[in-house]
Structure formats: structure tokens, C-alpha cells
Design a protein around this ligand. Sequence first.
Ligand SMILES: NC(=O)c1ccc[n+]([C@@H]2O[C@H](COP(=O)([O-])OP(=O)(O)OC[C@H]3O[C@@H](n4cnc5c(N)ncnc54)[C@H](OP(=O)(O)O)[C@@H]3O)[C@@H](O)[C@H]2O)c1
Length: 278
Amino acid sequence: MGTNQSDTFDIGEYTVHRLGFGAMRLCGEGIIGAPDDEEAARDVAREAVDLGVDFIDTADSYGPGTSERLLREAGVVDNALVATKGGLLRSHDGDWLPHGDPDYLENAALASIDRLGVDSIDLYQLHRPDPDTDFEASVTKLAELKDAGLVDNVGLSNVSVEQLETARDHVEVATVQNNYNLVNREHQDVLDACEGAGIGFIPYFPLGAGDLDEKAEAVDAVADAHDASRYQVALAWLLSSSDVTLPIPGTSSVEHLRENVAASGIELTDDDLARLSE
Ligand SMILES: NC(=O)c1ccc[n+]([C@@H]2O[C@H](COP(=O)([O-])OP(=O)(O)OC[C@H]3O[C@@H](n4cnc5c(N)ncnc54)[C@H](OP(=O)(O)O)[C@@H]3O)[C@@H](O)[C@H]2O)c1
């Protein structure tokens, strides 16, 4: 299996390969706490960097804290742009609770800086707008964190086009991270807006969280033609669907990681793309 052959994208002063790695699956079941085998999780992160992945997505809420800690312990933080997020709390039984209070966000960013062992966060994303907090207040705090040098670049996640435009009045938005994949194109308008503005679009659940059954027939036909897996086709499709997409497939398995990175070498034909768009 080859190394990362995807082309590159600029996030502020950083240039990264467009095919990244999502570090949420390094955690235990339900993205709560540690995995059974922490060293195996660290090995997955190390292997990603060894394969030429230099863009890793995480969040303080993965664990909480666990994914960021494992990335630091794996020694990959200095060898990749690490994008983390704040703005979600976890309950012990796994709920994801939006919390966009500005003072909380500042506290969360400081805690992420400590866990990651960095002076500043390469890319800090608001995980989700909080319906109980003024969105502009959350975004203004991210702008302040950037001005203070605690955050190098600001990103958003789970936003509409309207929220993206509102945020851009307060801060330069480097990336937007929304659910987008072969079987869910609900946020096509947000991808189009990012493309128009040269903003990176990070499609999360790039493999449909492991379930691409809805498009199985078309995906499997294209996969057969390329002697590839359906997951590789899903990633190749995301990379070819726009110049600004930065897919972050998640896995807890070195074998799956290698397969996913190798997808960067697959060139889909116009016929493949037409078939996958049906
Ligand atoms: N911003 C947000 O609100 C948000 C929400 C969700 C996720 N995210 C980010 O997006 C990243 C990706 O999301 P995700 O990990 O949930 O979903 P995903 O990348 O779409 O799919 C991951 C799932 O697919 C399986 N998988 C991965 N590669 C495979 C392969 N080659 N063959 C077979 N199965 C494979 C994984 O299981 P194995 O572990 O067995 O490989 C896992 O169950 C996360 O890591 C996180 O960083 C962000």
C-alpha cells in the first residue's frame, strides 16, 4: 500500500496533504474514555504520520481528553497540523452537550494546549454552535484567542452558510467541518460556499461512519473497476469532488488506515464520477 499521494492545501501558514486522519476512533467505546489497548491506538496515530498524513483532526470532547492525550503521547503533534475543537461537553453516558460560553471556550482552549503539549493550537474549531449562547459571542472569543496567539487558525463545525458568513464578519475562517460523504450531501451548500471563498471543507463521516450501503451498487461497481474497496472509492470521490475538501477518515486499525491512505492514489474517471452521482 502506498503513502499519502493526495495534493496539498494551505491552512494559514501551514501546507498539508488533503487526505488527513480523524483521531476520534482512538478512544474507547462510544468515544468515552480510553481504548482497551492504548499502545495500539498510539501506533495507529504514528502509522498515519509515517504514511505521510500531516493533518490530524481531534477534539477535547473525544474521551473527553483521551484523543488529544494519545496524540501527544504518540509523538505525532510536532509532525502534523493537529486540528482540535472546543464547545462540546460530555456526560459519562456519552451525551454531547453544546457549551459555547466564551469563558468556557477560553478555558477549553487552554486545557487543549496543555494536553497537546503545544504553545498554540494549529487549528481551533468551534465544535457546534450552542443554541443557548449567542453565536457571535462564541466566534468573537475564537477571534480573541487567535489575536492572543493561543490559536493559529480558526475553524467552525456543524454550521450553515448563514452562520459561516456571520462568523467571517468577526474572524478569518480557515476551515469548516460538516457531515458530508457519498451518501449524505445535505451540506452541499456549505461546501460550495467554502469552495467559493477558498476555505477548507473538512467532510466528517467521510466513510459514512462505516456505512455506505445506501449507494452500495454504484460504489461496489466503481470499486471493482479499480480493484479497490468501497471505502477507498468514498475517499477518492471526496478528494475529486472539490479542491478544498480535506477528508479525515477515522479508524482504530492500522490495516484500515493503510487502506484509507492508499485511496489517495486512485484516480476516478468521469464515468465513475457520473455513476457515483446518480
Ligand atoms: N465535527 C463533528 O461534529 C464530528 C462528528 C463526527 C466525527 N468527526 C471527525 O470525523 C472523523 C471521521 O469520522 P468517523 O471516524 O466517525 O467516521 P468515518 O471516518 O466515516 O468512518 C469510521 C468508521 O469506519 C470504519 N472504517 C474506517 N476505515 C475502514 C476501512 N478501510 N474498512 C472498513 N471499515 C473502516 C471504522 O472502523 P475501524 O475502527 O474498525 O476501522 C469506523 O467505524 C472523526 O475521527 C472525527 O475526527 C467530527
